[in-house]
Design a protein around this ligand. Sequence first.
Ligand code: ZN
Length: 434
Amino acid sequence: MPKAIGVDLGGTKTTFVLIDEYGNVLKRKKYKTPKEKEKILEMLVKGVKEIKNKEKVVGIGFGLAGFIDSNTGVMHFSPNVPAINNTNFRRFLKKHFKERIVFENDANCFAIAEHIIGYKGKYKNVVAITLGTGIGSGLIIEGKLAKGRGHAAELGHMIIDHSSAKVCDCGNIGCFEELADGKALLRRAKKLGLKVKNNEELAKLAERGNKKALQAIKDTASYLAVGLANIINIFDPEAIIVGGGLANIDILLKEAKKELRKYTLVRRSTPILKAKLGDYGPAIGAAMLAFKEFVWMKKQPKIAVDIIIEYYKRRVFEGIILIKRKFKPKGWALPGGLVEYGETLEKAAKREALEETGLKIRNIRQFKAYSDPKRDERGHSISIVFIAKASGNIKPGSDALYARVFRPENLPKKLCFDHKKIIDDWLKEKLRER
Ligand SMILES: [Zn+2]
């Protein structure tokens, strides 16, 4: 079974996975993310090499925290890992790996993983958010990752309190993440006089009934509720999937769910679900993208039919019919076109002949197939050529500007595609038959 590698580069840790097509994790690895750019790049190479070992993989997916251009592989801006700003990851990684590489924002990878693997495609319209140090988000609309012009969806940076004094890492004030992420929760706890090192300790205190801990969580939940209600009002998703460290604090989610009903416009509840894949989710999503890009959506040649119509007038052979193409590449060509889904080759040949020449063809027989990848400048197509007979009124239509009869010795000098070769082959066969 084919395998792919996924990498998730985050602010504090970087994870690597080797997965199969069903998202099963075959190997995993976790590193602390170094601070300097050179060390980060070194770690990426080392991590991928270790996880790959001698495996053959279809590709490598990189989920990176920040505004990554998935076409070029350039990181424009990473609020959480500033060392990688303006890094051209594609150029660097190409030197170390011959495998094909795909890039995506880490939160988008998280959304893909939870959508496809975690929740097995159950929700076609779903918003996935990570509540940790910062709030990341990915948007699945009609089963597809929605990215706008490339950088959607940064729900963590929607401004939910523009009068706030809190400046976000992005430079704005009152962002959702600045008011409802892990840092915000810890800040509130400390302000209330609690001496806790992290949010796990805080959650434990709250479970034991500590009033201050509960207060810090409730205050954070009220901002979380505003953000979630905005998401529901804008997207009306079938569910919101929540991951990251804060998703494990049950009281926080419970309070937020209760509170957000005050703000939602449609009076029905939207399930707020916990992410299923844990720490390795985004890396799994990155690897799934490699499958999507390099295996599932792999390009295949198109199938076409072309028809050599031997035209007869009062039972006398007059020549073959060529059409003048209306669209690019313009010029003379044999009648023909793409086979439609659910259609036999013969049916396609009859349909195309009728559409382009107005003729009902008879005595139809298969000639040869032509498959040179370069035969069609618009992309690789395979043409199965038919020979048929016809007579009657010629009426050009569909892709044909004109249709007329050419005697074999009087063909136009130039023909589109490889149609010259096709006609030559047909002529050779005709000569042999005599
Ligand atoms: Zn922000």
